[in-house]
Structures are given as C-alpha cells and as structure tokens.
Ligand binder design. Sequence first.
Ligand code: FAD
Length: 398
Amino acid sequence: MAIKVIKEQCIGCSACVSACPFGAIEMQDDAKAFVTEACTACGACIDTCPVKTIIREQEEKQVAIDKNAYKDVWVYIELTEGKPRNVGLELLGEGRKLADAMNQKLAAVILGDGVEPIAKEAFAAGADKVYLVEGPEYAHYSTDAYTIALVDLIGAYKPSVILLGATNDGRDLGPRIACRVGTGLTADCTGLGIDEATGLVAWTRPAFGGNIMATILCPDHRPQMGTVRPKVFKKPEPDYAKSGEIIRVASKVKPGDIRTKLVEVIKVCTASCNLEEAEIIVSGGRGLCKPENFTLIEDLANVLGGAVGASRAAVDAGWKPALHQVGQTGKTVGPKIYFACGISGAIQHLAGMSSSDIVIAINKDPDAPIFKMADYGIVGDVMEVLPILTEEFKKIRQ
Ligand code: FAD
C-alpha cells in the first residue's frame, strides 16, 4: 500500500528522508516531506516520524470502505491499433460466468479515440453495458491517462470485480490502479471461480515456481482485481444480436497529467512472434542443438502461416529472443496446433501450452515427458524430421 505524508502535520524535521533506504522522500520548498515514485512502501519512514504523520494509504481507505456499495464485474478491453485484443474478449466470456454466479451485471471498459464501434463487439461477447471514455489523449496507451480515467471510473461507479489481461499494458495498468484505489491484485491468474463459503472471486495462479496452485481471495478491499494471461480462456462465440447500454464518461485528463510522449511506434513483433493470437505454433528447444538450426523451425512455421515459439532453454542460450518463450515465465498460448520440436516437456513449459487443441511432439527420446501429453508423437531427429514435414506441407499448399 502506498505511503503518504499528512502534509498539515509534517514538522519538516526530515528524519524520514535519511531513514528511507530508497531515497524516495524529498523535502519540498514548503519544508514538508514528499514521497516520490521511488517509494517501495517498505514502511521504514513510518517508525522514524516523531509526529506520526506518515501513514499507509490503506489505513485511511479501510475506514471508509463500504463493500456493499461495490457491484458488477468489469473487464478492461485492451486495444491495439484501435482493435480489441483477444484477451479482453476472452475475459468477457469468463466475466459473464462470474457475473451470473454473483447475480450482477457484466461491463466492458473501453478507452480510446473514436472507438465506440468496439462496444458492439463487447455486447456480442456478453457485456451488459459498456463504459466508454473517448478522446485523443487515449489514442495510444499511456500509463498516466489510462490510470486517471480508470481510477475516476472506479470511484464513480464502484465495480466489485475488475479483470485485465496479463499483457504488457495490463501488467502496467492493473497494479497501478489497485494501489491508487487501495485494493489488492492477483497477477497472472490461470483460473477464476467463486469461493463457495464467501461468495468472493477465487483467483487461482501458479506459486512457488509452478509447483503449487494458489487460490487467492480479496476479502477486505474493493474492487477485487486480477490480471489473466491471454489464451487461458477461450473467446466466447459472438452473438451480434445482443446489445446493451453505453455509458459515456467525459475525460478528466488534462494535458499536464500525461508525463510521457509517444514519439514513434517501432514494431519488433511480426506475425512470427505473435504467439498469443497464433492458430499454429512451431516451437523449438535445446534439441535444436545450435541457433542456426532454428531456421528449420522458421521454415515449417512459414509454410503453415504459424508463429515461432521457443523453450526457455533455447531462449537462455540466446537462440531466440525472450518474446518467443512459451511457458510459465514466457507466454501462455492456446493455438489449434502446437509443434514441440526437441523440447523435453518440463512442467514449466507445459504450463504455457497445455491448452493447445492438438500437440505434435518431435523428440529423439521415446521416453521424453512431452509424449505423455502429446496427441501425436514422432520419435526421431528434428534435423531430419522437420525438413520432411516442411516439404510435405509445401506440396499440400501448392
Ligand atoms: P531440455 O529439457 O534439455 O530438452 C531437450 C529435448 O530435446 C530432450 O527431450 C532431448 O531428448 C531432445 N533432443 C535432443 N536432441 C534432439 C534431436 N536432435 N532431435 C529431437 N530431439 C532432440 N521452460 C520453458 O520452456 N518455459 C518457461 O517459461 C520456463 N519457466 C521456468 C521457470 C522456472 C521458475 C524454472 C525453474 C524453470 C523454467 N523453465 C521454463 C525451464 C524448464 O524447467 C526446462 O529447463 C526447459 O523447458 C527445458 O527446455 P528444453 O525442453 O528445450 O530442453
């Protein structure tokens, strides 16, 4: 929880400045202490303040919170180039189940510039209503603008639950909002449900290196928040006959609120690394033996119009950049077909690809664990098998 100085009571002694191990407290011109963004909320300053004027923000908010005032399940719809990312729609499908179980409404939150048509997609995916915040300041994701808008929305409409995708933007935005509104957030969930005893959302995620699954509840604070990895849930079948209520909310962001400026967008991710959206993925592991052999993986992926994945061993060896990594500490994928080539099938790798519809494994070791979960297995040397597969698929495509 954030640390705050109650300005009116600060005597300007600066004891907190020297007590802070992170150099995160400064004295302002008015001789009052000020907590900067470098604060880790360790609390070292709290004990040193002789007039007890440094507090955790949570303590303030706890007094005021009325949990019954918080209703409805919200899903943040992340946009890329003005289009909804699949993860937002996947979460609407899952959010629908939560909202029905809680007897509440499901709402999509859409921020952007000229993005009203996306409301149709949200209704088709199950939303009852859409909160729409539009303006040029939302044309591209900005931490400041999006945080301000969402914190305002939460303050005004008080949702009970908020789901975000565990994407780069979602991982940036979710914790920031949670901290601002004084609640908790369960990151990188792989399962959602309702805890029967309490009626709270049960957020499930891997813990202790993936060895156990932890289920986390948020009993004392609102909203209950979490990020969920893309492709953990399937996108619901759209029903375009459905419609709902659009609630337009005026932007409160002022130009001075945005501290960053988007200068240029440089795309480093081509179709071959768009793993989260890919229908076919060809992944390579340490069995490829050297980086040059990854061209065999790329050739097959090209012929099939698929993306290229990699095990952590291949990424750690520097054969592929980290954005190709599949697994617990990489991406979670859910393609129609997943080729695991020279990959042993460690539990941390399986954590990222086990929801693939069909898994085809190629490994020279007939006892490799990957064969236990594969739908089809080829026992053989990837260096021999991959070129044959590529040639055969080329023939089919011609
Ligand atoms: P190996 O386990 O070395 O397997 C190589 C396989 O290739 C073997 O089965 C071998 O029989 C086969 N092979 C060798 N030569 C050939 C050939 N010529 N033809 C055919 N087959 C051949 N791993 C991930 O992948 N993703 C993660 O996100 C991830 N996160 C992790 C997080 C933590 C906290 C930890 C502790 C580990 C994580 N790992 C992750 C690492 C994971 O435990 C494994 O070490 C890793 O997945 C192994 O990669 P690999 O299968 O490519 O290599």
